[in-house]
Design a binder for this molecule. Structure first.
Ligand code: GLU
Length: 270
């Protein structure tokens, strides 16, 4: 089970994304990556095989900052664990640039890949995720905005997934959707966040919206708009989290599994 984090803010979001990834480590993963929209208006991507700490070292070697970014810990389902298969997957071959992070599986990726190859797209990974990136680019290229692109592409995908997309060729926003894989939106003051679970976002907010099956949302600095699977504008309840920060730390234990085992009596009593 892998993880997604995203942020849009007035401040540099790189530390928020990296801390979010660290907090998703307990879910297990084989590689990690981040794409951030820098001041130059370009998506800068960093990926690493192995631990989030390896990715952190790569990021620390640069002075890249940005106000919008998406990040991911991957658990390979399509394509071996490797840097080229780590997310974000990007498409920038058709004059537009788009980055995608994705949890889950696109079952019909072979048919979609064949279609994209016919249209002239080439692939740099073996992932099912890269088809999503190219399909979004294909829509952006013909003038669709990122929200419509995600809406239309998600209608062509079969499988259980959650995804987040960003493009410097679109407005300043992150577009997310989920079908069968959880995704939460964290609400800040003049800044907003996304994550696979609330624990990833606890340092920056306690207010969360849990997306429902098929929801598609645009997350902007100053607000969040959510549509249901039928394309109707919806209001989702904002929940206040009382989760303690300790719940995401390994504490004195060597492994999260050990922590879970030893916490069982207390959790059950509670
Ligand atoms: N199916 C995607 C891949 O293999 C995402 C896997 C995941 O959920 O981390 O890259």
């Amino acid at each position: 089970m892998c993880g997604i984090v995203g942020a849009i803010a007035d401040r540099d979001v790189m530390p928020i994304l990296m801390e979010g990834l660290r907090r998703l480590e307990y879910r297990g993963y084989d590689s990690a990556g981040v794409a951030i929209q820098s001041a130059l208006g370009e998506l800068q991507r960093f990926r690493a095989l192995g631990k989030v700490a390896v990715l952190q070292a790569a990021v620390d070697n640069t002075d890249v900052t940005g106000n919008l970014g998406i990040a991911h810990t991957r658990w390979a389902t399509h394509g071996v664990p490797a840097e080229r298969n780590a997310h974000p997957q990007m498409s920038d071959v058709s004059g537009v640039s788009v980055a995608v992070v994705h949890n889950g599986i696109v079952e019909n990726h072979n048919a979609l890949r064949d279609q994209l190859l016919e249209w002239g797209y080439s692939f740099t990974s073996e992932t099912d995720t890269e088809v999503i990136a190219h399909l979004l680019a294909h829509k952006l290229k013909v003038g669709k905005d990122l929200f419509s692109a995600v809406l239309e592409v998600s209608q062509d995908l079969t499988g259980a997934y959650a995804l987040a997309a960003a493009s410097p060729d679109d407005d300043q926003r992150i577009v997310v959707t989920q079908a069968g894989s959880p995704l939460v939106i964290g609400l800040g003051e003049g800044e907003n966040f996304i994550g696979s679970d609330a624990a990833a976002l606890l340092p920056v907010t306690r207010r969360f919206i849990f997306l429902e099956e098929g929801d598609i949302a645009e997350v902007r600095r100053d607000g969040v708009t959510i549509y249901d699977a039928a394309g109707m504008l919806v209001e989702r309840e904002v929940k206040q989290s009382t989760m303690s920060d300790a719940s995401v730390d390994k504490g004195p234990y060597r492994h999260y599994m050990l922590k879970e085992i030893f916490e069982q009596p207390g959790v059950i009593a509670e």
